[in-house]
Write a protein that binds this ligand. Structure first.
Ligand code: BGC
Length: 737
């Protein structure tokens, strides 16, 4: 390998390329790009020895943490590395976490853009933005020297207290699946292997290594699995990461139903399945069930695997199938034809993408008396309060964590690397963004530590902008949806002191709001990414008209959730995975049971069916303009065609997310309605457009377990169209057979 040390020290604009030359110049007929990925994989496979094949089936540890070894030396020091077949010109698979940007750049002295959290991208309901999101990740991974992304989280928000809600794309499988497909296409367009994770039902972090999720097949296929189905069949990820938990008895990474029957057979997934880190639990069983690659280590899929093949307990054909899948994925994505090559990440381009995605994802939840947008000429004093809004904005933690340049904005600048479970603020200052947009105003900051003192600052100002955050991270769930750190009291007191109070939330999950009636405006900014403050400033001051809509319902209280409390593991059950060891496997992890008996009733489907009022419904979001829906027509056909007219009836240009729901015939026995399509439509002030949404018949079907497939129930379907799951002015009934 060419030595790359000192790379970080070169001036930013001096483009220094540093290629990974551990693989000799590729030769052999498989380098003929006119052949299909499958043909090319087959040609390589024929040349491979047993050792070479087995070497592709496992990782060599976590190069980020491990000492340098001959095996991990060619890696880029990410979280995972599978050695390739240098003799045949097959490079190693060099993996980095990259949920909302490339992880662990700080430790390597490199720059990564933090995009807004995935949930913010979901709130944009914007297919093109999802592609851009994935493409930026792909570009920066490549520029840093990686050829595989571990992003693509799409477990739906069945449990909104899940500490990884920010990494996922909301509670609806059609929305989440559609967007993750585009995200993966974006990443893979940069010749970086994309994955989709965590397959499946890793809907809570509590006891994720030992929980056994019970769910019936129909509900499973129509909820969480539908999001994966759309992601896999539309986005064509090269890889799927199986999750830590068990599903109906078996660990996901040795679950034949999930890996073989559904993923590989029904969805015809041609790529490879890799285990979540330490999520492999067996050799023969996992291999037969459909696991292709153990990560990050080599406990089950290395020596033991080879011995099993030699003994005949794993057939050659099974081994070859795993290897073929890995190879064909590498050819399909282009990591062999377009080898990774280090270059310099363009931070300015990254900031622009991050800002635009955040601008499209910010959700305006409340705006009484047109409190927003702020008009600088009318404002002389602004109080900015809370959440370190003087220096930064919070980000999501865990393996998704992106390192801010020069380290946490609230700590002394350090090396730039972050630490597991630290709350990390990005150096994007709302205070500065607000001051820049109201240069004549006096802008004062108060930390919010003492609500009474903050209220006193707010009282004297024309406008008070109070920031509240709810940090979340992998490895832990939220204790509740209430804001921590006394922030409910802070907001209540500030809003009581100043009628022109704007609340800005930085959260990944929904939050409860005992104070909801008090402030004039509420804005959900999510974890806003590297340039979050500018995006927020543009929305607060109206340079950007907000257009985001909630991808998750905000309930009134935890009591209204399907499970008022999360099913927690017993104390003896390990919480965190850690490395797999023979001792740990021998001892076994005691399973505990969690029943997802709400079944398909996830999110709004639950509140609709149970007739529970909510704080803010799924699909809800305000704008500075108004829209009108009219002239609905529904035409049956191979795809049901839904057309309607959408008009911007206000004085500002905007983008409206038009949502299409279907209510199935009563005999289908489904929740009252489900999202079946959507379109984000840009409209100038006064402009009108005819909009067409074509509905995939699967989205109108039920999963019939007897047929083991999707089935349309003949009968009357009500199609509803509008701007939120609870504001659907257009309705039409169509008979479908
Ligand atoms: C997480 C994965 C992540 C992996 C590697 C696991 O703990 O669940 O999402 O990709 O670690 O960091």
């Amino acid at each position: 390998m060419k030595h790359c040390a000192g790379f970080a020290a070169v001036p930013l604009l001096l483009l220094t390329l540093c290629s990974f030359s551990q693989s000799p110049a590729p030769q052999g007929p498989w380098m003929n790009a006119n052949l299909s990925p499958d043909q090319r994989a087959e040609l390589v496979l024929k040349e491979m020895t047993l050792d070479e094949k087995v070497a592709l089936l496992h990782g060599v540890g976590m190069p980020t943490d491990d000492p340098l070894t001959p095996e991990n030396a060619p890696s880029n020091r990410g979280v995972g590395y599978a050695v390739g077949v240098p003799r045949l010109g097959i490079p190693g698979i060099d993996m980095s976490d990259a949920a909302y940007g490339v992880r662990s750049s700080g430790v390597n002295g490199r720059y990564s853009t933090a995009l807004p959290a995935n949930v913010a991208a979901a709130a944009s309901w914007d297919r093109d933005a999802a592609f851009e999101y994935g493409a930026l990740i792909g570009r920066e991974l490549r520029a840093q020297g990686f050829n595989m992304s571990l992003g693509g989280g799409v477990d739906i928000t069945r449990e909104p207290r899940n500490g990884r809600t920010f990494e996922y794309l909301g509670e609806d499988p059609v929305l989440a699946g559609t967007l993750v497909a585009r995200l993966i296409e974006g990443t893979q367009s940069e010749h970086v292997i994309g994955d989709i994770k965590h397959y499946a039902f890793n809907d809570q972090e509590s006891g994720r290594n030992s929980v056994n999720i019970h769910i019936d097949t129909r509900a499973a296929r129509e909820s969480d699995l539908l999001a994966f189905e759309i992601g896999v069949t539309e986005g064509h990820p090269a890889a799927v990461m199986c999750s830590y938990n068990r599903v109906n008895g078996d660990y996901a990474c040795e679950n034949k139903f999930l890996l073989t029957d559904v993923l590989k057979k029904d969805w015809k997934f041609p790529g490879f399945v890799l285990s979540d880190w330490g999520g492999t639990h067996s050799t023969e069983k996992a291999s037969a069930a459909g696991l292709d690659n153990e990560e990050p280590g080599s406990f089950f899929f290395a020596e033991r695997y080879k011995a099993a093949v030699q003994k005949g307990t794993i057939p050659q054909s099974e081994l070859n199938d795993h290897v073929r899948r890995i190879l064909r994925s590498m050819f399909a994505v282009g990591v062999i034809d377009y080898p990774r090559q280090r270059s310099v990440v363009d931070p300015f381009a990254g900031l622009e993408v991050a800002r635009k995605i955040e601008e499209g994802g910010i959700v305006l939840l409340k705006n009484d008396r047109a409190a927003l947008p702020l008009i600088p000429a009318k404002i002389h004093t602004i109080a900015v309060i809370g959440s370190h809004a003087d220096v930064g904005m919070i980000s999501g933690g865990g393996s998704a964590q992106v390192d801010p340049p020069v380290g946490n904005a609230i700590a002394a600048p350090g090396k730039g690397a972050t630490h597991w479970q630290d709350e990390i603020w990005f150096p994007t200052s709302p205070l500065k963004a607000i001051q820049a947009r109201a240069p004549e105003a006096v802008v004062k900051y108060d930390s919010g530590a003492d609500p009474a003192a903050a209220a006193a600052v707010a009282k004297g100002a024309d406008v008070a902008v109070v920031f509240a955050y709810q940090w979340e991270s992998e490895g832990t769930d939220l204790a509740s949806l209430s804001l921590a750190h006394n922030q409910d009291a802070l907001i209540a007191q500030v809003a009581a002191a100043n009628p022109h109070t704007i609340v800005v939330l930085e959260s990944g999950s929904p939050v409860t709001m005992p104070w909801v009636a008090a402030p004039a405006a509420i804005v959900e900014a999510w974890f806003a990414g590297s340039d979050g403050a500018n995006a927020l400033g543009n929305v607060l001051f109206g340079t950007v008209n907000p257009s985001g809509k909630l991808p998750n319902t905000f309930p009134r209280s935890e009591a209204d959730l399907p499970h008022p409390s999360i099913t927690m593991p017993p104390p003896e059950s390990a919480h965190w995975s850690g490395p797999v060891s023979p001792e740990k496997e021998a001892a076994g992890l005691p399973a505990f049971q969690a029943s997802y008996d709400e079944g398909v009733k996830v999110g709004y489907k639950w509140y609709d069916a149970e007739k529970k009022a909510v704080l803010f419904p799924f699909g809800f979001g305000l704008s500075y303009t108004t829209y009108n829906y009219s002239a609905l027509q529904v035409t049956p056909g191979e795809k049901v065609k839904v057309t309607f007219t959408l008009a911007n009836t206000g004085a500002r240009a905007g983008a409206e997310i038009a949502e299409v729901y279907a209510s199935l015939p009563a005999s289908a026995d489904e929740p009252p309605k489900r999202l079946v399509g959507f379109s984000k439509v840009k409209l100038e002030a006064g402009e009108k457009k005819n909009v067409t949404v074509e509905v995939d018949p699967k989205y109108l079907s039920i999963f019939d377990v007897n047929k083991d497939g999707w089935k349309l129930i003949p009968g009357d379907y009500t199609i509803s169209v509008g701007g939120s799951s609870q504001d659907l002015p257009l309705k039409a009934v169509v008979n479908l057979k």
